[in-house]
Each structure stands twice: as C-alpha cells, then as structure tokens.
Ligand binder design. Structure first.
Ligand code: 4AD
Ligand code: MG
Length: 461
C-alpha cells in the first residue's frame, strides 16, 4: 500500500488498488446505505471523495468523524458513479489520527476574511487560503526559475544591518540591551557600545546596498527575502514584515532596468496562469470577477513609460478630487498611482525621473541636477508594485548627496568604496512580493496573502 497525494489521484488515468491518503475531513455525509467523506490534504484545491458503508470493520470510527479531523484512509481508487467527480476511494480501512471536536471553527460555511485573520493558524485549511498559499509557493519558485534562466546569481543579503537604505528612518531596532537595566545605570555616553554589535543595529528595510556590492562582482544578481519597515500606516497594502525581490545589474542603465521590471512581472504572472489554473480560477470566480481581464491588461501591452513631470501634468489636469492635492515635487499617494494606471491609461505605467528632493541618496542624479533616474511601476488595484533606480556610480556626486541628506558617511565607507574601485553604471529595483500576490489573486488586503501578517498593534501567532 502506498500513500498518495490527492492531487496525484485526481489526475490518475486508471483505477488503482490499495492506495492510502492522509488528510483532513472537510465533510462527512452518512445515509443508511453509504457514507461519503470528503478529504483534503492540501495538495490541491479539490477534495477526494471516499465512500464506505456499515460493513466496514471499524464503522463505529466513521460514525465518530467530524469536520477537521485528520484521517488515514486506505482503499481502492475507482471511477465514481456519482456526479461531480471522476474518482472516488472505496474504503477498506479508516484510521482516525486526530479527532476535531465540534468547536472546530471551520465548519462548512463561508467566513469573512476579517474573521479568518483571527484564526490565521487554521485559515490555510480553507479553500481560499490553501489556494493563496499554494500560489505563493509557486510564485517563489517562479522567481528563482526566471532569474536562474537569465544567469542571475542568488545572493543572501543580511537581515540585521547597521544601515538605513531608504533613509526614511522606519527601522526596527535590534538590541540585546534590557531597557530596565540601562535606565537604572547612568550610561551617559555611547550607550550602543554596550550593545551586542557595539553600535546601533536594525532589521533591514532592503537588501539593495549589499546586493549592489555583489552585482559589482558577479554581474547580475538578485536577493529575495524578508524586509521590515516600522511604518505606522495601517493600510491594505503595507505590512511591517514583507518579502521583497531585488535584482541588481551591472553595466545597466534605467532603460535596461525598466525592461527587466516589465519582463519580470509578465513572466511571473504567466507562470502562475500556466501552473496554477485551478487555484487561480477560485479567485476569478469568488474574489474578483475582473481578475483575468486585469491580468490580460498587464500581459498584452507594452507598459506605458512616463516621465514624472508628465505624470504630474496629467494628475493636475484630471479634475479628480484627490485627498492629497497635487503639488510640485510631491510624492505620489496610492490614489494618484491608481488614477494613472486604472483610470487614465488602463494599463501598467512606469513613472520615471522623479524629483531629487523626494528620493534616497543612492539614486543617480540626472543632468540638470534636479531629478534622479528613479522609476516606479504602477499597476491596477495596487498602485506602486516596484520601486527602482539607476544607482549613483560617481563617487563625488554620491558623497555630495550623502552630505545633503546628513548621512554619516563613515558608516557607509564600504558602500562608497565600491565607487572608488572600478565603479560601473548599475541599476536595480525592488518588487513587493505580497503586492504581486495581491495583484495575481485579486486580494484587496495584504494581510490575506502573508501566512502570519505583522502590522501595527498586531503580532499574534
Ligand atoms: O520602493 P521601495 O521602498 O524601494 C526599495 O526599498 C529599494 N531599495 C528597492 C531597490 O531598488 N532594490 O520598496 C520596493 C517595493 C515597493 O514598490 C512595494 O512593492 C514594496 O517594496 N513595499 C512594501 N510592501 C509591503 N509592505 C510595505 N510596508 C512595503 N514597502 C515597500
Ligand atoms: Mg517606493
């Protein structure tokens, strides 16, 4: 007898003798003649139906079965005479592994996303969340497939750092100092010298600076991992812990960067459409009826490329009543981004050449000294999904920018060094992994595409 995954059995081309499945009971319907048990093991959206009757030797166990219980079922895979499924298992043996009491919260009815967030430890056992997290898994694999095929090297950039890449000060501190201890003692100066690293440390907001060092050695690289931001904004597209994909390319300018960003998004969406049709179907049926249309609108046209100045003109002339009015050199809010991509262009838009004043120190200063070679990719339902730039490779310009932004140059000595020794033009971007998942599944809240979301005032599980 061999254990099979339900996804395999459902694809079987012939009946099979003496197989076993292990999983969780979704429903159990008993009648006088037969009992139907629907089992799911997480390998696919679909359950398999198992049938038995009271001639089974431990039929009393079948009578005890409840939704949520875990079971091992042995039997033969036969063609199902019933409607709705091709295969079913004729049970020869059933073992209860763990019984779930009636208080199991996922009884057969529809639950709201808000409620399911309060039971994030159980929600992957629902159809929708099982599908999201299977897609999330495939999407990670797709990223590695794409970049490996293009010859990019995968770099593990550090989680604990001493720098603030984005300069926004949204840092989670990493310390072993006990606040009570150091309050009692009178550490007047240089408190951090007593700390674990001997200086201030934090969780990374981006692996970019370190990825750049590797691009300047290995050519084309990417990092893909968790990043952390202590942004105190409770929105549906911000999390305190999220995953970011960050490719970095040597000998590449902003145009090459935009080309890669567009190609990446198109590849990843196509990959999921091809690999996860059944799971994706759930979202286009029950979550967002326009989902496939939206995805099509991203795959078919070339992304619109638009200088920041023109984007501002379009927004100013739009006649829209924005909550945040358009001002010169303003940063975009979600409402502006969504207007451009959803209403005005009705397709993805890459805005580039942002004002120098609103962007971090590492972006390359354009001729004229007022803008930088930055780009944001905007997509429907989300707004900004990618932020990137060509990097400042000229050491004198870089140092001047750091001075302007009051960055402690001594702490970034290694970063500046890379411009001292064989500097080259290079570019890269960061793609928010959860935002891409939201786009692909039509989910409207980032909390619903991360296994255990971390947001302000919320860190259960
Ligand atoms: O635009 P951001 O801040 O860019 C950077 O961090 C660069 N260092 C990336 C690079 O050039 N290598 O962030 C990049 C993307 C955003 O476009 C967004 O999709 C996502 O990361 N992102 C978030 N996703 C979820 N929650 C948050 N709080 C996010 N902040 C940024
Ligand atoms: Mg950004």
């Amino acid at each position: 007898m061999s254990r099979k995954h339900i996804s395999e059995l459902l694809k079987s081309i012939r009946p099979l003798k003496n197989i076993q499945v292990k999983g969780w009971v979704r429903t159990c319907r008993a009648s006088k003649e037969v009992t139907f048990i629907e089992i799911n093991d997480g390998s696919s959206l679909k359950n398999i139906q198992a049938v038995t009757d009271n001639t089974l030797k431990n039929y009393k166990d079948v009578e005890k079965l409840t939704t949520g219980s875990s079971v091992a079922i042995t039997g033969d895979l036969n063609e199902s005479p019933g409607k709705g499924q091709k295969w079913e298992i004729q049970i020869t043996d059933l073992e209860i592994i763990g019984l779930a009491p009636e208080s199991y919260p996922l009884q057969k009815k529809r639950h709201t996303d808000e409620y399911l967030r309060t039971i994030a430890h159980l929600r992957p056992r629902t159809n929708k969340y099982g599908a999201i997290f299977r897609i999330r898994s495939e999407l990670s694999y797709a990223i590695h497939t794409f970049f490996r095929n293009k010859g990019f090297k995968y770099i593990h950039t550090p989680i604990i750092t001493a720098s603030d890449c984005e300069g926004a000060g949204e840092l989670f501190r990493v310390t072993t100092l006990d606040p009570e201890h150091f309050q009692k003692k009178d550490y007047k100066r240089d408190l951090y010298s007593f700390d674990f690293f001997g200086k201030q440390a934090n969780l990374t907001v981006s692996g970019q600076l370190e990825a750049e060092m590797f691009a300047l050695a290995l050519g084309n690289v990417y990092t893909f991992g968790p990043t952390f931001r202590a942004e105190n904004s409770n929105t549906r597209r911000h999390a305190a812990e999220f995953w970011m994909l960050e490719p970095e390319m040597s000998f590449c300018d902003l145009k090459g960067n935009m080309d890669l960003a567009e190609e990446t998004i198109k590849f990843l969406i196509t990959f999921i459409i091809d690999q996860c049709p059944e799971d994706l179907d759930l979202f286009s049926k029950f979550v967002d009826k326009n989902l496939m249309k939206t995805l099509e609108s991203i795959l078919s046209p070339a992304f619109m490329r638009l200088p920041y100045k023109e984007a501002i003109d379009i927004l100013s002339a739009s006649g829209e009543k924005f909550e945040f009015p358009i001002k010169p050199e303003c940063d975009f809010q979600t409402e502006h981004e969504r207007y451009l991509t959803e209403k005005h262009f009705k397709q993805p838009v890459i805005v580039y050449d942002f004002p120098k004043s609103i962007k971090p120190f590492y972006m390359r200063v354009n001729d004229g000294n007022t803008s930088v070679a930055a780009m944001d990719v905007l997509v429907p339902n989300i707004g900004e999904i990618i932020g990137g730039s060509q990097r400042e490779e000229r050491i004198d310009v870089l140092e001047k920018r750091m001075d302007e932004q009051n960055l402690p140059k001594e702490d970034y000595w290694w970063y500046i060094d890379s411009r001292r020794f064989g500097t080259v033009p290079h570019s890269g971007f960061g793609l928010g992994f959860e935002r891409l998942l939201m786009l692909i599944t039509g989910s409207s809240n980032i909390r619903d595409v991360i296994p255990f979301p971390r947001t302000p005032k919320s860190i259960d599980f």
